[in-house]
Design a protein around this ligand. Sequence first.
Ligand code: NAI
Ligand code: MG
Length: 790
Amino acid sequence: MAYGPAPENAADAMSFLDAHKRKFELFIGGKWQKPSSGEYYDSTNPSNKKNLAKISEANTADVDKAVAAANKALPKWVEIGAHSRARYLYALARQVQKNARLFTVLESLDNGKPIRETRDIDIPLVARHFYHHAGWAQIRDTDPELREYKELGVVGQIIPWNFPLLMLSWKIAPALAMGNTVVLKPAEDTSLTALLFADICQQIGLPDGVVNIITGHGSTGAALVEHKDVQKIAFTGSTNVGKIIRRATAGTGKKISLELGGKSPFIVFEDADLDSVVEGIVNAIWFNQGQVCCAGSRLLVQESIAEKLYSKIRARMENMRMGNALDKCIDIGAIVSPGQLKIIEDLVKTGVEEGGSLWQPTSWDCPTEGCFYPPTLFTDIAPSATLAQEEIFGPVLVAMSFRTHQEAVKLANNTRYGLASSIWTENINLALDIAPKIKAGVVWTNCTNVFDAAAGFGGYRESGFGREGGKEGLFEYIKPRIEELFSDKPFTKAVSTTKKTTDSDSNIPTIDRTAKMYYGGKQARPDGGYSTKINSSSGDYIGEVSTGNRKDIRNAVEAAHKGKGWAGKTGHARAQVLYYIAENLIQRKEEFANRICLMTNQNKTSALQEVEQSVDRIYTYAALADKYDGRVHHTVTSNVTIAMPEPIGVMGIVCPDESPLLGFISTVIPAISMGNNVIVVPSQTAPFSATDFYQILETSDVPAGVVNIITGGKDELAQVLAKHDDVDGLWYFGSQQGSEAIERLSADNMKRTWVNYGKYRNWSDKAQGEGEGFLRRASQIKNIWIPYGV
Ligand code: NAI
Ligand code: MG
């Protein structure tokens, strides 16, 4: 049976464009303002390549104006309080709903996405996002956790063209709910619905300057990123630009969240319901023409059913309908732009050249007048092939087969990305066995591309960091109030100023051997064979430590990767080990206190106090190891969505120089309590508390490779860790320049970093030195979607 086209009426959308004379200005301070450059560019309809309207190109002067407007609006926006902000967010949700049809048509016109998808998925999710965050806005000051946090200020937001209005809502709703003001730059190819949203902001009477929309290309985005009065950048887009943003903001203290590319695995086991699988695949890779960051673009299928599944997919592809985005009968619309079409064509060409088998439907042809690309299936692809590794961002599915479950996991994780994944099997045991093994921020079981405002979304590895949606997403837009207590100078304890010539008077044992380093559960000599003399704070020589170098760090990272199993232990099991560490430390309290006295010239009482506080802190993290839970999100679909905190993986920990023992404990223990394996660079000036700690580790059942300690030049070693591609996260407590270097150098593999920008915290104050904030930095949340109540 053939269907004729059923086009949606575009008259209202055209009237909206006409009302703006088909020439849009910038929305700054609640008013439409001409761009300083006087330049405009075309926004076109990819279904027919016709121009829709002219859009302003904002330059640095316009970015300045927009940021100034947001800054001006900020104090009042904070002051009006949680409930007023909730009212505005609710009004935005209502107004989006009232204008749903207009938004839907405009979005499909501008982007080329099938109107069925825009109508049923994009726009309802936009409204849902504003409703959900109206709720967070309301309870922001009473929620026991959120009220301990403060808004950031002016937030710069840069979004892509694949879900233009949806990405706008993901950005603006949480930012406003937490009390920030916003400057948002939509993608150059798809600005129209953001400009309509500006109208909506006016209609509901949102205070001027709370939301500013500036249009333009990458250079406009770059100016926003570099603006000194912007406190945070939230970005969704390509991994390349994400890395540019990481480097450009390094050391500035700007908070960033990056939602980048993916090459997400779609894993089909032999017992899966293949008809559901085929529909899942349609949703995974042909939804939005495959221009989806979390598209299931790598089909991994168990060998026994591979051919059968491929032929079902091919049959389904023959039945797909492609055409003008406004046609309600189509499954596949247009690619967003000629540029994106070329990217897809070039990658497909490479795939064929590398020996992949390409298959496209033979019973129908693409329309000729717009930017169209047919659904495509590649088989015979090697895991290392370009098509298996590079994000295509088009309707191209790349299939590979596996034999064992183990091989499926290996293939799934054989990527630099880690955004999403989906698992298809009728066996829930198998699905839930595989889910924790996949390195991705989202795991869908027997479903795919399901989203909701209540669940966090975001990546592992080079898919970026930060979450959008769910309570976890709110933390991207707030900062701990306690940070106001941090200081430009270290919080040091009173010290004795008299120089000591011998230790005998205080009964402190001298350090007669060079302290070695420690990795893989063993003490190790430094690769370079050098050692460094360490003096006490009053200048007396007290001993030597090994001078670690690049090679030692590499060895330690390797040892950390070999230290398997710690992440897989239960929170209870890790807690047992931590209690054991605490117990062993108590037993050697005198010895550790003496060493602190020797290094820092503190009096014995204060050194004993540092040991006591360290033991107390270990107890805290032993307590939290099985209490820092995830959540079960109330998503609106027939799922339970389990948000699990998982370890980051292998982390570098560069300890503060002050508080030699407590600083070490306060950073290393939370990281390992969450299941990370760590490479620690201890205090450079007072390293012996850490080197003495080996014995504690050895006698406390800490598995080899979980804690590895490399002494030496702090910044030099920290930077080797920052550049190391097998290190997943890095904490650095040191100077401002050191912090800048860490953030800049860590961009290559998108490490999760946490640096102090040269600010000191008082480690002996519990509010500053311990708590769940540390655990949040030591973990990343995986959202696992499981069908429930269907
Ligand atoms: P892009 O990353 O260049 O664009 C995304 C946004 O960033 C746009 O608003 C753009 O104007 C802005 N931008 C570009 N350069 C910037 C800079 N230096 N500083 C600040 N902002 C900047 O992505 P593009 O070129 O549109 O697409 C290229 C590829 O990126 C696609 O083929 C796809 O693989 C990937 N991509 C991934 C997306 C995702 O959702 N993760 C979305 C869009 C693209
Ligand atoms: Mg367009």
